[in-house]
Design a protein around this ligand. Sequence first.
Ligand code: PMP
Length: 397
Amino acid sequence: MNKELHEMKYLAEKVADLKAKGLYRTLPVNQGACEPVLQLADREVINLCSNNYLSLANDARLKEAAIKAIERYGVGAGAVRTIVGNQSIHEELEKALAEFKKVERCFIYQSGYDCNIGTIQAICDKEDLLISDQLNHASIIDGMRMVKATKQVYAHSNMEELEALLQAAQGKYHNIFIFTDGVFSMDGDLANLPKIVELAEKYGAFTYVDDAHGSGTMGSHGRGTVDHFNLHGRVDFVVGTLSKAIGVKGGYVACKEVSYQWLSHRARPVLFSTTLSPADTAAAKKAIEILTEDDSLQKQLWDNSRYIKEKLTALGFNTGHSETPITPVIIGDEAKTMRFSKALLERGVFVSAIVFPTVPAGTGRVRVMVQAKHTKEQLDKAVAIFAAVAKEMGIIS
Ligand code: PMP
């Protein structure tokens, strides 16, 4: 063995480069559940960076459902779904999701990420054209990379450019797919789904919407952006995650029966990786039941997000043009963004810094994510700390 070689000098150099640029991070450790206030090793902090929009991640009803599922089904499914990992709880979750989303079928995956890479790979082919919004999530991009098709990217939400691509593609490909996030996770803006659907219908393309951040937050009772725009039945594939507003872990694609049948034979993350745990599955099913019956958590979420957005904007922060509960606070310079988030954490507010390559270079930001269960006192305290730190750093005057 070449000891020098295996000391990983080439990786050490990359890590040193991150450190030199002020981009190296160590992860704070949460000592308990994902609540509005978190207990870190040495202090309590207000949690403004989770995707636990509806505060369901530590909800007693979901925990009870998970415990009951463990008692009946065990802690692991024991195999991939296509062998013997298909338990009745998995079927029940799919049925509940399909009713909730008002679609023929929902096909579950172990995560939203798996759902995108698995679905895209299974439904697209090398003779196809895959058209993608420039700001789509990494899991759409990774899914597209796995297909040997022609790929084209349009400037963010630029519908003229999308139409030009569709026009130019006529007659040249087997199938055309348009991929978009429903809610863009770094800016919180919505895709122009009515226009995308109109163009897809005009030019004979399939539509694929990743609604990870729209699930549980947008539309009636959190049915998502397709419901928000009243486009039921007109989007071919709608991806949802169980890992954000639903509070658990997993993903699914809402689709036609025949798409479900094909995916269950070809979706590689499902074919080659063990299925969702019974506890996760049962907890997610309970969350869907709660959302179906009651939209009060969704209302609390929106109330809190409007509240903090207004306060931060009034202080002079650049909060972008979000249309959803996501509030970006755009700082610009990457290293300054990292310093800002670190200083906030030291003073008791936990928001994540988001920098290149997750967002374009020079648009570093901290992303403020409230939950339904934050109190106004907690939000006021967080805003006061934002103001104090930002003034000290010259971010606001
Ligand atoms: N799509 C989008 C738009 C996301 O923001 C995320 C999570 N960051 C995912 C998919 C992946 O979801 P999951 O965490 O369930 O893998």
